[in-house]
Structures are given as structure tokens and as C-alpha cells.
Design a protein. Structure first.
Length: 594
């Protein structure tokens, strides 16, 4: 049987990628087109080639969704998709269905897309590899444990990507050969899938995986640290309202996250706190422009795993007109800007429990005595605001030339209602940008700061409020807050608000907010925080600036984003795939509402 058919065929309703697969040249060169899988794994060179295919279809993230946007960020309340034709704008308008879903369209392999097909393809490849690796012929026996461990961790990763977008999944561990009975597949509850993901990570941790990648040539390889980071996230999701199936799993999530954090710290992972240059306003800002996390003593000891893709010369795609950009990409909303606290007092700008007095977010509930000045809104804020958002008066650079950004109406980076180069919200994205506008920081799949906040959230839910606040304050100290303004909580409800608020700020534009909002919300409920999105329109008269909040994509009578609706907890399974599975199994495979 032809090996390409073994890898690609026989999964009709689940996989339809065909020619999109990028297997290694070794696999493409099998002698007669009839090599069996048993023969592949009895040939050391072919086996190594098959192992390389296990790393296909790793997502690029960042602005590498279709037409240079980050869809989860654009769909959450932190971002706005600055395009009138592609992707998020269609979801905002409610123009999305299982058969015509704008977030999952295929254009070229340049973009992240076809998530259902690509992730399932990798799970199939990994299941086959895990079946044959115990008895495979290898050039080096020491590779067996490492490769097997990597396959388990990769399978956990691809399963987690699928679950976050699509919810309940069938748990499949055996190869899907051509005679596989797909009608027997059933979607397991999300909580069971998340436990399975953690079990796969445990298998990886039993192997001889390293704790760090030794050099850039290993940039795609798996480590024990990656396994722990995936466990950290998966256990947190499992305990959350959307996924837990009515079970109280917070103690398990806490124990899992405490163990992950302890092991990561014991093996040299730490927050990036020491600035190497004076080119950034904070260690946080410099950290996201770094790309060096390899070796036994790397410059960046916080990153656990990063993408190789990033956005080099990011100013072109997600920069400003002052830099000669082509697209503004996904831009920050006023909701995100409102989330950054006042540095001197440590107080939030808005009340955490009830940030807005109206549904449309035009009437903010300001915190008393925070130090916030509505007439000078960006002064004295959390340094992470400047590290994440380009606002009026910010400076940007392209090469050696420094530009001051003017977002006021008529300015060099003016807010506009149309066109893809200019912001719709009054803001542009800075996070990940190198200060010179070149060789920008790459996407970080997992980092210690995120694990710390996972642990803090679980700690709150098991009543360890003091521990949670210690973790949050450690994050805030790195940002620039003085210990004299450390956050404190007297109750679990107060601590929960603080941790969720800190996640919104620390993890902004890292593809967390979209999934956090959903896992904190019951599946039958809408994501009300996303219903209306706002921007800041600045007008200038002489030297005086006036600030006006306004609703995006709405006059207030209809939502800014129809993707706030409850069905958007999960994306639809591609319509044809869901229909085929229903015809085979007799069960409805489509997600609720689609």
C-alpha cells in the first residue's frame, strides 16, 4: 500500500487535506509506492523521516491567521480586526455558519487555517508512530525514549488545540487504517479529553526528554518543560466552568499547577526581570522582543516554547502609518486600555466587579482615588500599557528614524472608519515589536509567567488566597509596581477578580483572553463582555486634545460583535465533516447553535 495513502487516506470525514501535507523528502521517496508501514519502521532512515512528519502543521500563531490577523485576539474584547473584507469582520456581522465559516478558510499554506483537518492529521500520524516506535529500527537506540516522549507531548498539544476551538472530541489512540470503523467514534466529554491530554504529558515526562533546547537547530523539539506547561493549561481548563462537567476539579488543577511551577523553577525557568538595554520601557517590553531561549544559560529563561514564525519586520503588517505599514492588523480596544492600572497607587482605573455602568461601555465606573485623569488618560499607567499598545503620543521607530504617533483625527496615524492601514480604535499593537522595527520577537506558546497565573487562579479556587496574591504581585513587580502597592484580597470573590484582571493585562494579545472568557462562562450564556467594543476618538484644537469614547461597528442598537453569542464558545465543526460523521454514527456531531 502506498505510504501517502496510509498517512492521508481512510479518514475521509475527518481529514481532507490531501496535497497540503508536508511530509519529509524521505517519506516522499519510498522505493516503489507500495512500502508498508511495517517496512517503514524497519528502516532507520525511513523511520527518522516519519518522525519528522510528526512535527508538521505546528501553528504559526501571532498575525499568521488568514490575511495577517490573530483571530482569537480579534474576536475577544481585547482586539478589533482592522479589515472590512476578511475574517473577524464577518463574524462581527454574524456572517458565519458551519458551511461558510470565515475563521477557517484556506488560502495558502502561509496562513494558519483548516484547524480541524490539520490537527486531526497530526494526531493520526502520531498514533501510527506511537504504535510502531517500540519495535522500530533506529540508528541510535537512545532516540527511542526521546522520540516516544516527544510524540506523546505533541499529541497532547494537537489535542489541546482542537479542544480549545471545537470542544468535546473522540479520544483516539490507535492508527486509523483504511478499514477503520469511523461510525464507532464518539465525542468524549471535554473533561475526559483534558485528562487524557495530561496523561499524554505524563508519558512524555517519563522519557529522556531534556529540560531545555540546547540550540536553535532544535527549535521544534519537545521538552519536559513543554509537557508541564501543557499540563498546567489543560488542568486549569478541566476545572473551569465550561469544561468540568459539574465536577469540582480545582484541587487537582492546583496540585498539577503547583507541581509544574515547582519543577520549572527547579530546572532554571524564571521570569525575565533584568533589562539588557535601555531601548524598552520595562523588562516586560524587552522580553517580548527577545528570541534567545536556547542553551543551558540563555538570555531568556522565561520562555518554555516559542514559534519559529513570528512577524519579522512587524511594522509592515501590524505597525503604524508613520512607519509606512501595509496593514494595521488586529488593533487593541478601549476595553483593553482601560484594564491597565495606575502605577503609583496600584489601583485599577475601573471597578473590577462592574467596570461599566452601561451595556455599551460608554460610561466607565472609575475607581475612586486611583490617580487616573480622563483628560490625560495614558499618563502614569502600568508600564505594560506602553509595552503592549501604541497610543497617541507614543514613539515608534523604523531603522534609525523615530516618529511620534498622532492618533487624533487628521494626525499622521489618525483614527479612520475605513482603510486597513489606519486604526479603527485609536490604538495600534506594540507587543512583540523590536524597538527598531525589525527582527521582532516570535510567538511564545508557553512561558513561566502564564504558568504562574494558572497556578494563581487554581490557588484562589481552593482557598489559598495569600499564595495567589504572592504570585500575582511577583508578576506585577516585574511590570514595575512597587511592593508598597501590592494587591490584596479579603475574600475568594475579590481574589478571583484580581487574578482574572491580571491575566487580562499580563497575557494581552497572547491568545488567552478569548479562551479565558469562554471557559469562565457557562455554555448556555453569552460572553456579555464582548457584545460591545469601543475605541477612543481624539480631536485636536490648537494644543488641546479632547477624548471621546465611541462604539465600534454599531450605533448601540445592535452588538459590535455577534461573536459574543453563546454558540461562539466553540467554532463549528466543518459542515461536511459533521454531516458525514452523523451519517456514519447516527449521532449529531455539530456544536450547539451551529
Amino acid at each position: 500500500m502506498n505510504i501517502s495513502n496510509i498517512i492521508l487516506g481512510g479518514m475521509g470525514m475527518l481529514l481532507s487535506l490531501g496535497a497540503l501535507v508536508s511530509c519529509s523528502s524521505v517519506l516522499d521517496a519510498t522505493p516503489d509506492g507500495r512500502t508498508s508501514m511495517e517496512e517503514v519502521f524497519q528502516d532507520a532512515e525511513l523511520c527518522a523521516g516519519y518522525f519528522s512528519s510528526c512535527f508538521n502543521n505546528l501553528p504559526q500563531k501571532s498575525a499568521n491567521y488568514f490575511w495577517f490577523q490573530n483571530y482569537p485576539c480579534a474576536l475577544s474584547d481585547e482586539g478589533w480586526g482592522n479589515d472590512d473584507e476578511y475574517g473577524p469582520i464577518l463574524a462581527y456581522k454574524g456572517q458565519a455558519s458551519a458551511t461558510d465559516f470565515p475563521m477557517d478558510k484556506f488560502n495558502t499554506s502561509t496562513f494558519d487555517c483548516l484547524f480541524w483537518q490539520r490537527n486531526w492529521q497530526q494526531i493520526r500520524i502520531l498514533n501510527t508512530f506511537l504504535k510502531y516506535i517500540p519495535t522500530a529500527v533506529l540508528s541510535h537506540e537512545e532516540d527511542r525514549s526521546i522520540w516516544k516522549g516527544e510524540a506523546h507531548v505533541l499529541r497532547a498539544f494537537f489535542y489541546l488545540q482542537l479542544l480549545k476551538f471545537y470542544g468535546p472530541l473522540p479520544i483516539v489512540t490507535e492508527p486509523m487504517d483504511n478499514d477503520y470503523v469511523y461510525g464507532n467514534l464518539k465525542r468524549s466529554p471535554s473533561v475526559d479529553v483534558l485528562r487524557f491530554i495530561c496523561e499524554d504529558c505524563d508519558e512524555g515526562l517519563k522519557s529522556n526528554l531534556p529540560w531545555r533546547l540546547s540550540d536553535v537547530k532544535q527549535k521544534y523539539r519537545m521538552t519536559k518543560a513543554i509537557a508541564l506547561a501543557i499540563k498546567s493549561e489543560a488542568s486549569l481548563f478541566a476545572a473551569s466552568e465550561l469544561y468540568n462537567g459539574g465536577q469540582n476539579l480545582w484541587q487537582w488543577a492546583y496540585d498539577t499547577n503547583r507541581d509544574a511551577y515547582n519543577q520549572l523553577c527547579a530546572n532554571g525557568y524564571e521570569l525575565y526581570t533584568k533589562m539588557l538595554t535601555k531601548n524598552y520601557n520595562s523588562a516586560y517590553g524587552e522580553y517580548f522582543a527577545q528570541n534567545n531561549y536556547w542553551g543551558s544559560n540563555p538570555i531568556d529563561k522565561e520562555t518554555i516554547w516559542q514559534s519559529d514564525f513570528g512577524m519579522q519586520y512587524r511594522w509592515w503588517i501590524a505597525g503604524t502609518p508613520a512607519q509606512g505599514n501595509y496593514l494595521a492588523g488586529t488593533v487593541p480596544t478601549q476595553e483593553l486600555v482601560d484594564a491597565y492600572d495606575m502605577l503609583a497607587t496600584g489601583k485599577p482605573v475601573l471597578d473590577l466587579a462592574n467596570p461599566y455602568a452601561d451595556e455599551t461601555h460608554l460610561k466607565p465606573n472609575f475607581t475612586a482615588n486611583s490617580g487616573y485623569d480622563p483628560n490625560n488618560p495614558y499618563e502614569g499607567r502600568d508600564p505594560r500599557l506602553m509595552a503592549t499598545v501604541i497610543f497617541n503620543g507614543s514613539t515608534v521607530q523604523k531603522g534609525a528614524t523615530v516618529h511620534e504617533v498622532e492618533t487624533w483625527v487628521g494626525g499622521n496615524c489618525s483614527i479612520k472608519d475605513q482603510g486597513t492601514r489606519y486604526t479603527r480604535t485609536g490604538y495600534y499593537l506594540r507587543k512583540f515589536a523590536n524597538y527598531k522595527g525589525d527582527d521582532d520577537g516570535k510567538w511564545k506558546f508557553y512561558r513561566l509567567g502564564a504558568v504562574m497565573l494558572n497556578l494563581a487562579e487554581a490557588a484562589v479556587e481552593v482557598g489559598k488566597i495569600e499564595e495567589a496574591m504572592e504570585l500575582v504581585n511577583a508578576i506585577r513587580h516585574r511590570a514595575g509596581f512597587d511592593p508598597s502597592v501590592d494587591v490584596k484580597a479579603a475574600t475568594k470573590d475579590e481574589a478571583r477578580l484580581i487574578v482574572r484582571h491580571e491575566r487580562q493585562v499580563e497575557l494581552a494579545f497572547e491568545e488567552n483572553r478569548y479562551f479565558d472568557t469562554r471557559r469562565w462562562t457557562a455554555q448556555a450564556d453569552n460572553m456579555e463582555n464582548e457584545k460591545f467594543a469601543t475605541g477612543m476618538r481624539i480631536t485636536k484644537q490648537g494644543v488641546n486634545l479632547s477624548y471621546e469614547r465611541f462604539i465600534l461597528n454599531s450605533d448601540g442598537s445592535v452588538p459590535s460583535k455577534y461573536s459574543y453569542q453563546s454558540k461562539w464558545h466553540f467554532w463549528p465543526i466543518p459542515g461536511k465533516e459533521a454531516a458525514r460523521m452523523e451519517s456514519l454514527s447516527g449521532e449529531n456531531w455539530q456544536n450547539p447553535g451551529w
